[in-house]
Design a protein around this ligand. Structure first.
Ligand code: SER
Length: 318
């Protein structure tokens, strides 16, 4: 991995991943792909090349891949689960037509492709506890439908055309750089901001709703390590369960109150998000990722909470 195109570089994952790769691969070109309206700013803009790359425009992708001799594409453009329910056709266009545009460029120009899957690739009939790597995947949300199709299409391009596609199923991701938007797991980020600002947090997900979650540094490490792993050891490709922690809102609030005892939490459950959350795993089994490419998380709820609060206090000037 040397010359890397990150599509969706100004989003929650992209903004952190672009900076990590620029630090770790100084000899390479790490291109921040963005669409108008989501321009990179500050450090992200100043530390390396940036190009307009819309996933829905195959020619634009092909042009940037060829000009920079890109060997790896991180495909991070997506509508998250709750937003996708509002705009299902747009979600399909970005997630599926976008993916096939990238896979075609990768086939022609021989690059590797990482497209994240998600806990959203599972549904109500999936076993919720210790969700196996290979199990029932019948999601009901359009986000989930596109994630399952992404996994299948990525495997298809590997099997038929030897395109080096790899992927992980991300839990809800918690980070302090860029906010997620329109996801079911967003509450687990927003609650930290409220705690630090001294505001009451109104939680859209009900108490007792368990979901897999992960701190961004672990998620970024997974995204990089899987692309650098020895593929001879892979029995799977698209996509690996990865896990680090599972909690429900009361447990998260209690972990934050160890550092900010004043945090107040109230519930106004959003039926769309709650319905989606109920259909997702409580906790995934990630033993295949551990065995096939050495995945291992570093953060737990307490170490993440300490780190999040430290960084957010600086960011918010508190
Ligand atoms: N975090 C995403 C969402 O909530 C799931 O991958 O939509």
């Amino acid at each position: 991995m040397k010359n890397v195109l990150i599509i969706g570089s100004t989003g929650q994952i992209g903004s952190d991943l672009t900076m990590k790769l620029r630090r770790e691969i100084p000899e390479g070109k790490i291109i921040a792909g963005y669409i108008p309206g989501f321009e990179p700013k500050g450090e992200l803009l100043e530390s390396g090349p940036a190009e307009v790359v819309n996933v829905c425009d195959g020619k634009q992708i092909a042009d940037v891949v060829s000009r920079y001799k890109v060997d790896t594409v991180y495909n991070l453009a997506a509508l998250l689960s709750a937003t996708a329910e509002k705009f299902p056709l747009k979600a399909w266009d970005i997630q599926m037509n976008g993916l096939i545009n990238i896979l075609e460029v990768a086939r022609e120009q021989k690059c590797a492709v990482f497209t994240p899957s998600s806990i959203g690739a599972f549904g109500p009939s999936t076993p919720h506890v210790n969700t196996p790597q290979d199990t029932i995947q019948r999601p009901k949300s359009i986000y989930g439908v596109t994630k399952v199709a992404t996994e299948l299409l990525s495997d298809y391009y590997f099997n038929k055309y030897a395109v080096d596609t790899r992927s992980v199923r991300f839990p809800g991701l918690i980070s302090y750089t860029t906010l997620p938007g329109g996801g079911t797991t967003d509450y687990a980020v927003e609650i930290y901001y409220a705690a630090i600002k001294g505001e009451e947090y109104v939680c859209p997900i009900g108490a007792g709703t368990y979901m897999d979650m992960m701190y961004m540094p672990d998620a970024l490490r997974a995204a990089v390590e899987i692309m650098q792993a020895d593929p001879d050891k892979f029995e799977h490709r698209n996509s690996f369960n990865i896990a680090s922690m599972s909690f429900e809102p009361e447990e998260l609030a209690a972990a934050i109150r160890k550092y900010i005892p004043t945090l107040k939490l109230r519930y106004e459950v959003d039926p769309v998000r709650q319905h989606i959350a109920n259909s997702w795993p409580d906790k995934m089994d990630d033993s295949c990722a551990r065995k096939e490419w050495g995945w291992k998380p570093e953060y737990d709820l307490d170490s993440m909470t300490r780190d999040m609060i430290g960084h957010l206090k600086i960011k918010l000037g508190k």
